[in-house]
Design a protein around this ligand. Sequence first.
Ligand code: FES
Length: 169
Amino acid sequence: MAVGKERRDFLGLALGGFTALGGVAALGAAKRTWDPLPSVKAAGFSEIDVANIPENQLVTEKWRGKPIFVLKKTKDMKKDARDIIIGKDRFFIAIGLCTHLGCIPSYFPDELKFKCACHGGQFDTAGRVLKSPPPIPLYIPPFKVKGTKVVLGEEGETYKKMKAAGLTV
Ligand code: FES
């Protein structure tokens, strides 16, 4: 009798184990259906809320695997057609890759400059070239302003105007 009970216990455990495995597999399959498609992930829309960004301190976010620079300008900083107005504030937003060979420049708030350590290139707070070898300004990514947020990956009116004016590509 004891052997029969042990056998039933073993079968019960085994069946329970299979059921649990089946449940985990089903959950995995369900998750795959509600995850964004790879194409949607690649499109990579992302939002940056700029409401609480301090002035003249570089914030670096990530979008489509690239660093995105967000710099809130002080009132004293030089105005530029590449400035992005959000509420009452001016921002500089750019892809943080040097347009020479793609290194990530560092921001020096006291000098109001971005400096690239790779070959000495420099950019101002609008991403314009101060010192070569970078051939062109830092790229402004496609963006749309939505309240206090910047939606990266969407072409809003301001971006379209900048692009039409040749301020970014
Ligand atoms: S990669 Fe920046 S100066 Fe060469």
